[in-house]
Design a protein. Sequence first.
Length: 181
Amino acid sequence: MMKLGLMTGLLAILPAASAMAEVQTIKHRVTGLFSRDREADLREALKKMTDVSIVAIDFDVAEVSFSYDPEKLFQKGTKEKDRLERFDGLLRQASSHTFGAKPLCATPKEKLTRIEIGVTGPDCKGCCLAAYEYVAKIDGVEQATASFKDGIVTALIDPDRTNRAALEDALKKRQVQLKKS
């Protein structure tokens, strides 16, 4: 009789266990990750996003592996194709629009070209973010960094879609001083 009660109790728990959340590791390209010291800012923003944590960060390509349950984070029934857009919205809201999420780079890494542009200017986080955004928004830029402390803006570009001149023009239009080469 005790065994039957135990079995009945276990069977009652099984459906509930299968309906429990399934945490997954999901990788997104993250905008706003223009320097390694932005990791602390990203982690601070994630404190506002319940049940989302960082598993790993690849700064070279600005990709972050997050751990979360999509069914719990988004409204039940959210289609997979809409999840990145929803995650982007949540991340932007949590970070006062200084971080965002994009699809992973579709261009093979070996096809990307690294461009380095010498810059001068005030070494503040806001100025670096602005310089980064000027470059990162250009079609064909897959990843960018900016540091006035180091005096450099870098970008991984798809050379079939953009070039160094386009990056320099974007910076000049925004009054970022380029170092003479």
